[in-house]
Ligand binder design. Structure first.
Ligand code: HEM
Length: 433
């Protein structure tokens, strides 16, 4: 497991679409059969719980939507959905465009940009502004810093003795606790401020404050805290990593970049993108779809059977664990052809693979709640960046590191130059306004 991506590829190459492996006395099944994937995630999802279950002693996600189960998850999802309703999208889109224009407006032709860092800051600002109503960049930077410190150590939580290690006065444990204490103080203040005035109107925070359970009770501060932390974590690094890979892939093909930029200009003219443009920017959706296929930010999903499970002739005992490694599934030649390892956005013009062979946002009743938000963000960021800038890689191909997300090793540095014949220079933009 020193190289999980290689391991999952080997298992599927060797043992086919449903392979059994034994690890630490536990039975695991690696699933690459789209029909079984649908069965587990959609048709029979009630027979499964997420795997691994969070370590409740190390409160990071708490009992937020990402980690909750059963009736609690269903109710939380119902309460949170209004924050992602179609009606809210125009406001979110406005924030996204304004923030990407402002941040990229600071680039100068010839600059070498740390794209991973840029995307991380940008997506955190979007979440801060749209979902929490926070504009203060310094507050968001501190929030992001504390979360990064905590996430860096998240693997420890699942280790045997992880709890004990975390209680020992090791420098890393002390750093974790300091970050955690500070994060709790900041979130508590955010909730208290939102309660004291209505300034957060139209945000996820206001949705959470107004939410009422089936029996009429409001959410407690702790429940609100858990949902907020969950959304910040689930909603910013995923998009940031996805877009970093996408720009990296585009930087290798300047012809494709030019083509996308020209088509973007013909849709937008001199306007900034608004939700009505989204459907017409289909070619940017295809580029991002293809990038998510090759580098799915959430690269693996696990489920544990609550009861014995069967599919056709196949039978598995209760407690068996099923793993779907999207980083491998999305590159299987039996679904995507012999050129599965090649970045080809045009394959999306006529998709030929079976349903559930491509699931970057999961599937079924636990499918990503922020998917629409993520698509809007990705397409609008690409539109704003590509129409003004041309990107060229300066480093070697980065290795893909499968941790909490599938991120590139180190930084991804791209050189930015002004796009020739860009009519955008004279356009009224947020930067010049
Ligand atoms: C490219 C960006 C994103 C990717 C690839 C992604 C991927 C995923 C995947 C695969 C799942 C399902 C996990 C499972 O079933 O085990 C998921 C769930 C979730 N995502 Fe996303 N996500 C993205 C963006 C977002 C955004 C922007 C938000 C919030 C603003 C978000 C919030 C969540 C939440 C709360 C869940 C749990 C839903 C539930 O269990 O009911 N995600 N995401």
């Amino acid at each position: 497991m020193g190289d999980p991506l290689k391991f999952f590829r080997m298992v599927a190459d060797h043992d086919g679409s449903l392979a059994e492996i034994s690890l630490g006395g536990r039975r695991f099944y690696v699933v690459n059969d789209p029909n079984v994937i649908r069965d587990i995630l959609v048709t029979q999802s009630g027979q499964f719980e997420k795997f691994p279950q969070p370590n409740t002693k190390q409160k990071l996600f708490g009992k937020g939507l990402l980690t909750s189960e059963g009736g609690a998850q269903k109710e939380q999802r119902r309460l949170l959905l209004p924050a992602f309703h179609r009606e809210r999208l125009p406001v979110y889109a406005g924030h996204m465009v304004e923030l990407v224009e402002t941040m990229s407006g600071a680039w100068r032709p010839g600059d070498v940009v740390d794209v991973a860092g840029f995307m991380n800051t940008l997506t955190l600002r979007v979440i801060g502004r749209s979902l929490l109503g926070v504009n203060d960049e310094e507050v968001l930077a501190r929030l992001g810093g504390h979360l990064a410190t905590m996430l860096h150590m998240v693997n420890r939580f699942v280790m045997p003795w992880g709890d004990v290690l975390m209680r020992l006065p090791l420098p890393s444990s002390l750093r974790y606790r300091a970050a955690s204490d500070e994060l709790e103080r900041m979130i508590a203040k955010l909730i208290a401020d939102a309660k004291a005035n209505d300034a957060r109107e139209g945000t996820l925070l206001s949705v959470l404050l107004e939410a009422r359970r089936a029996h009429g009770a409001a959410l407690t501060d702790e429940e609100i805290r858990d949902e907020i932390v969950t959304m910040i974590i689930a909603g910013h690094e995923t998009v940031a990593v996805g877009l970093t890979w996408c720009l990296h892939l585009l930087a290798k093909d300047r012809g494709l970049q030019r083509d996308l930029a020209t088509r973007t200009e013909s849709v937008l003219g001199r306007q900034d993108p608004v939700v009505e443009h989204y459907t017409e920017l289909e070619f940017l959706q295809q580029a991002f779809s293809e990038s998510l296929r090759m580098y799915p930010p959430i690269w693996i999903m696990g489920r544990r059977a609550l009861t014995p499970y069967s599919f056709g002739d196949f039978q598995a005992a209760a407690k068996s664990v099923f793993l779907v490694c999207m980083a491998d599934l999305h590159r299987r030649p039996e679904f995507f052809g012999e050129d599965a390892g090649v970045f080809q956005p045009e394959r999306w013009v006529n998709p030929t693979w079976p349903s559930y062979a491509y699931i970057p946002f999961g599937a079924g009743d636990r499918r990503c709640i922020g998917e629409r938000f993520a698509w809007l963000e990705a397409v609008f960021f690409l539109a704003c960046l590509l129409r003004r800038w041309e990107f060229t890689g300066v480093d070697e191909e980065p290795a893909a590191v499968p941790q909490l997300t599938l991120h590139p090793r180190g930084t991804v540095r791209l050189k930015v130059t002004k796009r020739e014949a860009s009519r955008m220079d004279e356009a009224v933009s947020y930067t010049s306004a």
